[in-house]
Design a protein around this ligand. Sequence first.
Ligand code: NAP
Length: 322
Amino acid sequence: MEIPSIPLNTGAALPIFGLGTWQVKDDKELKTALRTALDAGYKLIDTAHIYKNEHIIGEVLHEYISTGKLKREEIFITTKLPLVAHAPEDVEKCVNGQLEALKLDYIDLYLIHCPCPCKHQEGSWFPLADDDGKLVFDTETTHIDTWKELEKLFHAGKLRALGVSRFSARQLEELYDLADVKPANIQVECHIYWQQENLRRLCGKLGVSLTAFAPLGSPGRKASRPDGNWPDGNPLLDPLVLTLAKKYRKSQAQILIRFLTQNGISVIPKSVNPQRIVENISSSDFELSEEDMHALEDKGKTRIKLFNLDFAIGHPLYPEED
Ligand code: NAP
């Protein structure tokens, strides 16, 4: 299946569709998901240091590349810098470890995962917590401090494009103005209930691509931190989405994915279910009418944000739109 792509400001092509891997740490489950996805034509895999699965992805990539099933240049890997490795002396060390885990000599797109740097424990990338279990904030490192280190790795060819995640529009613009290597992508929560209208306008102006995380509304999100503060909402069960699924004879997930990609937004739905992995990629063989696109756009007025950075409240670099 041909996956359309979005041009990055580096000249590279970002596949508009890929596989998310958050919360998938089980070796067998992730390997099955990855093999199903690659066999079905997925060209983009999204991971992060904090997902603790880069080594599993590395094994499957090695298996496919070494047997000639896949060429390195045919697959696009996005991964992210953990919030505990923003300090300039930590950045390269962390990236090198990720390259080793992924068994790659370059990463296609590398994002600062979170705008709120925190301290790590001595000698490990585990976060440092105070006596109350709260993360210890790194209040010295600025975004541009971290970015300058990433730019060096970009020029060395280890990182082919740079970006950010969960930054506010203001933070993205500030970084954009200071950066020599301009951000190529921002990854943020984006679905019918939280459509990121302001940020999308800014991205259009700056030529920064936008990737939607939680495009299906992340129905399994609460399992990651059962004691976290998680707003309720499930776009997969929205009455309009159910009606459109019947009308187009597609699944609710396919309607949600198509709505975003038809708007030029790249999406990375996560699934470990082989049937859904194939279902999700089959969202490009139909088109939503203008009227139905407008009706789905109207759902943006609901303004339900399903994720928040509750663990970083009070951080001087907290993204204020949150
Ligand atoms: P999501 O992709 O919106 O939703 C994933 C959930 O939907 C899983 O529980 C999955 O269950 C289920 N699902 C998948 N396909 C389905 C289908 N066709 N029908 C019904 N249910 C389906 O949420 P997400 O995983 O939170 O976000 C996607 C990716 O974005 C992540 O995996 C991660 O790579 C990235 N992300 C980034 C950040 C960030 O801070 N930058 C934050 C969150 C996520 P099954 O696995 O059982 O199918």
